[in-house]
Design a protein around this ligand. Sequence first.
Ligand code: RM4
Ligand code: MN
Ligand code: MN
Length: 389
Amino acid sequence: MTTHTVRPDSILDALAIELPSWAFGNSGTRFKVFGTPGTPRTIQEKIADAATVHRLTGLAPAVALHIPWDTVDSYTELKSYAADLGVRLGTVNSNTFQDDEYKFGSLTHTDKTVRQRAIDHHLRCLEIMTEIGSQDLKVWLADGTNYPGQGDIRGRQDRLAESLAAIYQHVGEGQRLVLEYKFFEPAFYVTDVPDWGTSYAHTVALGDRAAVCLDTGHHAPGTNIEFIVAQLLRLGKLGSFDFNSRFYADDDLIVGAADPFQLFRILFEVIRGGGLAPDSDLALMLDQCHNVEAKIPGQIRSVLNVQEMTLRAALVDTAALTAAQETGDVLAANGIFMDAFYTDVRPQLASWREGRGLPADPMRAYAESGYQEKIEAERVGGTQTSWGA
Ligand code: RM4
Ligand code: MN
Ligand code: MN
């Protein structure tokens, strides 16, 4: 096996993965949401947990908000609260999927009043972004239909385009609208933004401040996600990632847990496409839930998985790979690719961490930190937060 010197220290130094506030709250399935001692009751407690992940890994400097779940009276106060803990507030996620009025759609609704309410919600999100200095408004819509004939597919696209344009007018300088797609659920027949092509078409029509958000769990089984990554980077329209992993549907499991090789292939295309270059504005985020596993270690494990696969992907000997590709040596090319994937980079990463004053083993450092015991003792009373509230 060929070994390669770690070329990509700069890639590692620049790697930043935003954490979703909702990953720290309770979550579950429609069957049961389990409570866990120490679960945050407020957005401040979620931010404190996220800051702990960052302190131990150096990888997670930002926390994404979901509005209205993370509504507060003063966002400027929340911003400085986060800054005091060493993190910043990141992506603002809009939410038009939990109100009765959105039963038949939000930005696509046939009723102009409902559409306007959904547009206004996004404008409020943009205001919050301005207050906290956040770059991205992430739009994921539950809009869609369950039965053939239920809605006018074309009409819904037209209304969507119109609503998005109304929001986009207010996207300020240094801000972006990222449009997330998902092939099904909660709608089971037509989803109004089901795939990257639809998201691409809408964001191209909007302009330079709009781009696609790729959630790794939002594709049909067998979809070649790295191809989508390569294509969108090539087109300059990959705005952000929601990382997670899946065995079946939108499982929101720990990234890299279900299919580490897929994560490797995705990150190889990210690097190949300049997504981790200094001038890149690609945003990496987790979108996960921890139903049965501990949440803070779950987030630590997640960012470490991304870091590990990033380093492995950066180890691909691209010069040798290109040579093998160009001479048609299929097996050599594949071998070079697999060599990097099979490289155990954990010792290298441990020393990278030590070199930066971070614990060599963040999982162990968390277990020994006493933080979990402290939050379990302190966070009594109140209502634990959970996904959707
Ligand atoms: C959706 C989508 C969004 C996230 C919500 C909570 O499935 O992935 O990114 O904001 O879930
Ligand atoms: Mn997502
Ligand atoms: Mn999802």
